[in-house]
Design a protein around this ligand. Structure first.
Ligand SMILES: Cc1cc2nc3c(=O)[nH]c(=O)nc-3n(C[C@H](O)[C@H](O)[C@H](O)COP(=O)(O)OP(=O)(O)OC[C@H]3O[C@@H](n4cnc5c(N)ncnc54)[C@H](O)[C@@H]3O)c2cc1C
Length: 318
């Protein structure tokens, strides 16, 4: 909740959130277009299997299928346990750094539910399924602190919440590019299920959890169930398998006090550099992440430019 309250979208108002027109894909498209304009080649479907390291310096990456891409500088935005434990031999890293990355906590009890709706929710407290101001803000399902606490305690005890807590939005009240006229998308960020659900698909349990979540909204907006055209349920297992988010943690690692600031992702390596020369990190597990904020990427780029300038300077002065 603190993380959600400290961000701003550049207008100086803390705690506000923005919707990119065209959805998150539009953000990636813009980044790609900008990179291509600057001369970059963007390759997708090019899974990295291993990083090439010679005498403590990165020299490139090996892709699935065996292709080697040589490069003097590599910036990884993958989960740190993928970069450092899967793609690099532990013998190339200091043992204490390997121990820190192994200890990195990346659990999650979040389930994302996306609803395609034939009409907007008609709230009994403020009736009407025509678009009104309250549809454009966050539609929280958090009637009391006890409600939230109970949902959390159930998950701690290994059970999915009976009455989950949800932070939801209806981006289509602003962005009509996302779905056909008259229909809407409601995006529910819900909590909690046990973090152990990252180990197995739990498909039936997730369906039942989503049913209970929607029942909660139906108490306040009775038309919601009948308005659902389609639903998409993404639990911790699906996030790990499909997006590479270990444990289903959307920020590549928990935002707990011992994993912030100079500890993100490991003491001594919160400056976007790594124990390997030429290898930088820009993942959400670095300082400033997570979220779609661009901070880790920008900071990693600055670290690369700074080191290149220094290297040129020391060559000139030798
Ligand atoms: C369901 C959900 C809802 C969210 N909601 C919000 C929100 O409302 N607002 C917000 O600000 N943030 C939100 N986030 C968090 C936000 O999406 C992340 O913090 C952000 O995308 C992280 O960016 P990143 O570049 O660090 O990593 P990622 O976006 O995870 O990018 C890492 C990339 O590395 C790729 N990759 C992984 N392994 C390999 C490999 N071996 N070889 C090559 N490529 C690889 C992955 O495919 C991925 O494209 C949400 C996340 C999720 C999952």
């Amino acid at each position: 909740m603190a993380h959600h309250s400290i961000g701003d979208v550049g207008d100086g108002k803390l705690g506000s959130w923005g919707y990119p027109e065209g959805g998150m894909g539009a953000v990636s498209d813009q980044i790609r277009a900008s990179a291509v304009e600057s001369g970059a080649t963007v390759r997708t479907d090019a899974r990295v299997e291993h990083l090439l390291i010679t005498r403590g310096k990165v020299t490139g990456a090996v892709l699935a299928g065996g292709e080697e891409v040589l490069a003097p500088i590599v910036v990884s935005a993958m989960h740190p346990q993928t970069t450092f434990l899967k793609h690099i031999d532990s013998g190339d890293l200091p043992p204490e750094f390997v121990a820190d990355i192994k200890r990195w906590r990346s659990r999650s009890g979040v389930v994302k539910i996306n609803l395609a709706l034939a009409e907007l929710p008609n709230f009994t407290a403020d009736p009407g399924s025509n678009q009104q101001e309250h549809h454009t803000g966050s539609v929280e399902m958090a009637p009391s602190v006890e409600w939230i606490e109970e949902a959390f305690q159930e998950a701690r005890q290994g059970r999915p919440a009976t009455r989950p807590f949800s932070d939801s939005v209806i981006p289509t009240t602003f962005d009509r590019t996302l779905c056909p006229e008259g229909t809407h998308i409601m995006s529910l960020f819900t909590q909690w299920v046990p973090h152990e659900w990252a180990d197995a698909p739990h498909l039936e349990d997730l369906e039942a959890y989503a049913d209970r979540m929607i029942d909660c909204y139906a108490e306040f907006a009775p038309n919601i169930k009948g308005a659902i055209l389609h639903r998409d349920i993404i639990g911790p297992y699906q996030m790990e398998q499909e997006y590479g988010l270990i444990g289903g943690n959307i920020f590549h690692g928990e935002l707990s006090a011992e994993q912030l600031f100079h500890m993100r992702p490991a003491p001594g390596y919160a400056d976007y550099r790594t124990p390997i020369r030429g290898l930088y990190q820009a993942s959400s597990a670095t300082h400033g992440g997570g979220g779609v904020c661009g901070i880790p990427g920008r900071q990693a780029a600055r670290a690369v430019l700074h080191d290149r300038r220094n290297a040129r300077w020391s060559r000139r002065t030798q």
